[in-house]
Design a protein around this ligand. Structure first.
Ligand code: PLP
Length: 385
């Protein structure tokens, strides 16, 4: 069996044509026809009432979202703790402080109740409201966004959705990344679709889009010479990468369908194994793209301090890539001084959860092999062999 990875890039075959066009017309720069067309494709996908700016990374999208929301020195921004560091790091780029909020067990995403507790406590401790809220769609799973938006609106705090892993996931039929003021998408090599590296910021109107593009292109003012009145960034997407993105858009729905099928297979083949939970959407109105399927071991043995690492190693020796769930930000040494509102959920998930191969090259044969390998290892550890 060839090595089975979590999620590899997979091309439609059309990418080269768009790249060739870019070379033929010498649009080998971070703007051009592919960038414009990719943005149009994305806007069409997320909903025409939104605008999309193609950028160099999902991290850049989060950073620009925070800049647009006016986050600066001495501000606090509420972040989901259970996530990849890129959700929170841009808060620090702005000189602000992330305030971490734990997850709820159904979605693994931001716990709305704890969010409200955190907001109240921050207001009472600092005398001012957090400047923004960053919920995440982890592994593609929709967050409890209605509840989060209700709280955010009640306190008048804007929401920047980190939909880096959630492209194409839907909540009550609406695409994730389109609920808040801004939504960040990622097209990193391991994501639902890729531009090799890239991201996008979903925003609400043409005027806002222009402003985002202004900051993404070094904040150059409209003068015949180079005039700068604000600090800008070099965050635009290259026309070559956007060519890949245009090709990828033609198979986005197929990719999502495949990831969902993979999840269904794991659910069917592992769902009734005692002590293993396959994470699935807790509500029928949450349509996860199932970017990565994840399982949790409830047996008390397969934990970070127990048999989880040996299992990861054994699976790796069998040519199967797996990975622990994200280590919560409030446990990261770099964020040890940041305020955190916790309930034990993300720590438990980190301790006993595993991401399984879920990408376009994971077929029936691979799933059977992965499931067989997990069962063999878990059962042999349970029987003490
Ligand atoms: C939850 C989350 N947020 C943000 C990012 C950052 O995206 P990028 O790698 O495109 O900068 C990623 C992925 O890498 C992610 O998984």
């Amino acid at each position: 069996m060839n090595r089975i990875y979590l999620c590899l890039a997979h091309m439609s075959g059309k990418e080269q044509q768009y790249i060739q066009e870019a070379f033929d017309t010498n649009w080998v720069v971070p703007l051009g026809p592919n960038v414009n067309a990719f943005e149009e494709d994305l806007a069409h996908y997320v909903g025409e009432e939104k605008q999309v700016v193609a950028l160099s990374a999902g991290t850049a999208a989060i950073h620009l979202g925070l800049i647009m929301l006016g986050v600066g020195r001495d501000d606090e921004v509420i972040c989901q703790s259970f996530t990849f560091a890129a959700s929170a790091n841009p808060v620090v780029y702005q000189g602000a402080t992330p305030v971490f909020v734990d997850s709820e067990p159904g979605t693994y995403n931001m716990d709305p109740q704890l969010l409200e507790e955190a907001i109240r406590d921050r207001i009472s401790k600092t005398g001012k409201k957090p400047k923004a809220i960053i919920p995440v769609y982890l592994y593609g799973m929709p967050a409890r966004i209605d509840e989060i938006m209700e709280i955010a609106n009640r306190y008048g705090i804007p929401v920047l959705e980190d939909a880096a892993e959630g492209l194409g996931s839907r909540y009550k039929g609406q695409v994730c990344g389109t609920f808040g003021e801004y939504g960040a998408l990622s097209f990193n090599g391991n994501k639902m679709i890729t531009t090799s590296g890239g991201g996008a910021l979903v925003c609400s109107d043409e005027e806002t889009k222009k402003r985002v593009m202004f900051y993404a292109t070094q904040a150059r003012e409209a003068y015949p010479y180079y005039q700068h009145e604000k600090i800008g960034y070099n965050y635009r997407m290259s026309n070559i990468c956007a060519g890949i993105g245009r090709g990828q858009m033609t198979i986005l729905d197929e990719h999502i369908e495949h990831h969902r099928w993979v999840h269904g297979q794991y659910q069917q083949l592992l769902g009734d194994v005692e002590g293993i939970t396959v994470h699935s959407a807790p509500e029928s109105y949450m349509e996860s793209n199932y970017w990565l399927s994840t399982i949790c071991f409830e047996d008390g043995k397969h934990t970070i301090g127990g048999e989880l690492f040996p299992l990861i190693e054994k699976l790796s020796a069998a040519n199967i890539e797996t990975r622990p769930l994200w280590k919560p930000m409030h446990l990261q040494p770099v964020y040890q001084d940041a305020p955190a509102y916790t309930n034990g959920v993300s720590e438990r998930l980190f301790s006993c959860g595993l991401c399984l191969p879920s990408g376009p090259y994971v077929g029936e044969k691979e799933i059977e092999y992965i499931v067989k390998s997990i069962k063999e290892n878990v059962f042999s550890s349970r029987s003490g062999k």
